[in-house]
Design a protein around this ligand. Sequence first.
Ligand SMILES: Nc1ncnc2c1ncn2[C@@H]1O[C@H](COP(=O)(O)OP(=O)(O)O)[C@@H](O)[C@H]1O
Ligand SMILES: O=C(O)C1=C[C@@H](OP(=O)(O)O)[C@@H](O)[C@H](O)C1
Length: 245
Amino acid sequence: MEAKVLHKLQCPTWIDFEKFPRKSSGSVRFSRRMREEKRLRVLISAQMEPDIASNQRSYDSVKVSCTFNSFSASVLESGNVHAPVDEAQVLKNKSQEIEPYLSGRCIYLVGMMGSGKTTVGKILSGVLGYSFFDCDTLIEQSVDGTSVAEIFKLYGEGFFREKETEVLQKLSLMRQLVVSTGGGAVTRPINWRYMQKGISVWLDVPLEALAQRIAAVGTDSRPLLHQCESGDAYTEVVFLSLQTI
Ligand SMILES: Nc1ncnc2c1ncn2[C@@H]1O[C@H](COP(=O)(O)OP(=O)(O)O)[C@@H](O)[C@H]1O
Ligand SMILES: O=C(O)C1=C[C@@H](OP(=O)(O)O)[C@@H](O)[C@H](O)C1
């Protein structure tokens, strides 16, 4: 007995399935014992495995096999299919999914320097139709265009933190924003009060990946990484990792 099967895989949105080559249909061969069955139910299972070797998870593999109830049928398609995972597309898909639940509330992206708050924030805001604000940029504008690095040098970290809190206070009065906060914004409890009016999303990235990204773009805009004595354990680890790259 042979049954025609249409490949219609339900895939999680984090896989850009359009990138996977697939046949429009396939056939499965069942044993005679199954003839008595009135209805065929075919289960197609897909196994996705992140490619550990690839640091950026840019490849995943899909294994498609076929079973019929408790009987195993001939394999419809086997082997690993490799296709790139488009991270930006995955993020766009996820953004569309959450949009109906936001009701205009702001999203605050928090995470260490280099965790991708600015990169993710721009994509997210574009899909949601929200405005994007980078706290560092707003702080620079509030100090007559002085760069973050210069603000640290001229006025010190305490002054920078005050400005950061002022910026967050103003943003908390608005709606439909995606805000990229500075890596250290969460260290001040007063900032939490402003951010809790929206939804905070923590971008948790392994330290080695952070160090690699920062090493690639340089530390010019991140003055805290210019010295090891920040007193902050995370910053110190990233700083030490940077020395070894
Ligand atoms: N998911 C990602 N994978 C690889 N590199 C990334 C990713 N997100 C951001 N980057 C890169 O890391 C660097 C820092 O990102 P950025 O968005 O500026 O981080 P943050 O705003 O949190 O400091 C940029 O060069 C950016 O292109
Ligand atoms: O961790 C921090 O305290 C800081 C992170 C930087 O922002 P990014 O997280 O956008 O790199 C910048 O605001 C400043 O160097 C302070």
